[in-house]
Design a protein around this ligand. Structure first.
Ligand code: R5P
Length: 299
């Protein structure tokens, strides 16, 4: 891709370098660091005049990243980069999509407005769309969503013999059923009740007829891991084999990965939307294709 410069928010270097190679694009030179008092310093060294600027920034732990991202995007715009495209493999705040109790802020909407005020386009992977059908409901800018179910099915096909897929809640059915169909495997959808950040109850899976199968728990986000840990407990009681846990986004709050292994997961596998040793399903090629397609979109 010519006339395009690709910048990296620290922590995203591996993916960014892979995209630079795939897209044959110019790496952006910028310094992003903190002053001794904790304030953020940004300096753009590349010439971006009338070029597309792409910023790679996965938005887990978003509060630490949003200000460096804002300063970089606004500075690129000041130097007449156009458009400024944010590639955010994991898009934060999507789960806070309603007022769960009186007085709460609906942060997914406010976060969408904030991002849209300083980038022109957004490319992301499997955003958590539950009560919303499309990102367009909250993002006024051009957005592109990459779906990953076929890559998850491919991984299951290649690595697991006789899988039975287990989705944790009704909202997962739309894509767990697709992964299962493509992997030619049966699936079960559970009921989940979340009573608080760290209080999750999941219904007991009816697995009697799947005793000879390998259970594969599939979810979009693994955060505290409690959804999966609770399900693993049910599967163990039912005498099932140790399950394989697949999450798209490896958020892994509060040592969730270690807790999952301790709870009895055979293996925990994630996509590389957030860098983690469990990454085994890689998005680089799909992202490169989407970035290419998007650079022809004129708003
Ligand atoms: C919820 O709506 C999501 O799809 C996941 O099920 C959830 O984020 C998992 O969270 P945790 O790992 O904290 O149970």
């Amino acid at each position: 891709m010519s006339n395009c410069v690709l910048f990296t928010i620290p922590g995203n270097e591996v993916l960014a370098n892979s995209l630079i190679k795939r897209l044959h694009t110019e790496p952006g030179e910028a310094i992003i660091r903190h002053f001794p008092d904790g304030e953020t310093y940004v300096k753009v060294n590349s010439n971006v005049f009338e070029k597309e600027a792409i910023i790679i920034c996965s938005l887990h732990q978003p509060d630490d990243k949003i200000l460096p991202l804002y300063f970089l995007a606004k500075t690129l715009k000041e130097f007449r980069a156009s458009p400024v495209t944010l590639v955010s493999p994991y898009l934060a705040y999507m789960r806070r999509d309603k007022r769960f109790t009186d007085g709460e802020c609906i942060s997914s909407e406010l976060f969408a407005r904030l991002l849209s005020s300083f980038v022109d386009k957004l490319i992301t992977i499997a955003p958590h769309l539950h009560r919303r059908i499309s990102l367009d409901e909250i993002y006024p800018i051009h957005t592109s969503v990459i779906h990953v179910s076929h890559l998850v099915s491919k991984w299951i096909n290649e690595k697991i013999q006789q899988p039975v897929l287990i989705g944790p809640d009704s909202e997962s059915e739309q894509w767990v059923s697709k992964v299962a169909t493509d992997a030619n495997a049966p699936y079960i959808i559970l009921e989940k009740i979340r009573k608080g950040d760290r209080n999750v109850k999941v219904s007991v899976p009816q697995v009697e007829k799947y005793k000879e199968y390998t259970p594969v728990l599939v979810d979009d986000i693994i955060s505290t891991g409690l959804t999966m840990i609770e399900t693993i407990g049910h599967l163990r009681k039912a005498g099932m084999r140790p399950p394989v846990c697949i999450g798209i986004h490896a958020v892994f709050a509060a040592r969730a990965y270690d807790k999952l292994i301790k709870a009895g997961a055979e293996k925990v596998v994630t996509c590389n939307t957030i860098v983690h040793p469990s990454n085994a399903i890689f998005m680089d090629e799909l992202l490169a294709q989407e970035i290419c397609k998007n650079s022809f979109v004129v708003d």
